[in-house]
Design a protein around this ligand. Structure first.
Ligand code: FEO
Length: 192
């Protein structure tokens, strides 16, 4: 009978350990407020991807082939950024949400406007990355803060690239001169 009680105890202990392990597996070290912001960031990157696809289309139909290639590649990159956030959430016990993408602008007044809007877009993404880092730091969510450092470097590079392109427009005396625009398009960098 004593053996039997011991057996019962060890069985109950095993169950308790198993349950504790399960709880540990389900827990996430990410902060709930940061998770919410990261899901919003997933939506922002998806919106950026769709916006750049629309810009690629505008450049394509207006004869700016290099700019179109640039934005097709940029759209792919933004989708990768979205998935990077997405996987980070799911791999760390949170749940990533597939975003709805609405309000995409398809019409632009000029090639110059396309790149001006791109810079605005990138600055808003950078601002949002900084805001999440600031929140993560405040809430001691070091995992998210560390993860987001990659985006800090990436955003610096993206903004610099667009600023360099906008500088090309400064050399054109009139920003709607067709020949000047064609020359600018020829100088749009290839995004490999
Ligand atoms: Fe992923 Fe260019 O923002």
């Amino acid at each position: 009978k004593i053996v039997c009680i011991e057996k019962k105890c060890s069985f109950a202990k095993k169950i308790r350990v198993k349950m504790a392990k399960k709880e540990l597996r389900q827990e996430t070290s990410l902060n709930v407020e940061v998770i919410k912001l990261l899901n919003e960031q997933v939506a922002k990157e998806a919106h950026a991807s769709a916006t750049y696809l629309a810009m690629a289309s505008w450049c394509d139909v207006n004869g700016f082939n290099k700019s179109a290639s640039f934005f097709y590649a940029q759209a792919e990159e933004e989708r990768e950024h979205m998935l990077k956030n997405f996987h980070f959430l799911n791999e760390n016990g949170a749940k990533a949400l597939s975003p709805e993408v609405t309000k995409i602008t398809h019409e632009y007044k000029s090639l110059h406007e396309v790149f001006e809007k791109t810079l605005e877009h990138e600055i808003s993404v950078t601002t949002s990355v900084y805001a999440i880092i600031s929140k993560a730091r405040q809430l001691n969510d070091f995992a998210s803060e560390n993860f987001l450092q990659w985006f800090v470097t990436e955003q610096l590079e993206e903004e610099r690239q667009i600023r360099d392109i906008l500088t090309l427009f400064d050399f054109a005396t009139t920003k709607d001169n067709p020949l000047a625009l064609k020359l600018i398009d020829e100088r749009i960098p290839f995004k490999g």
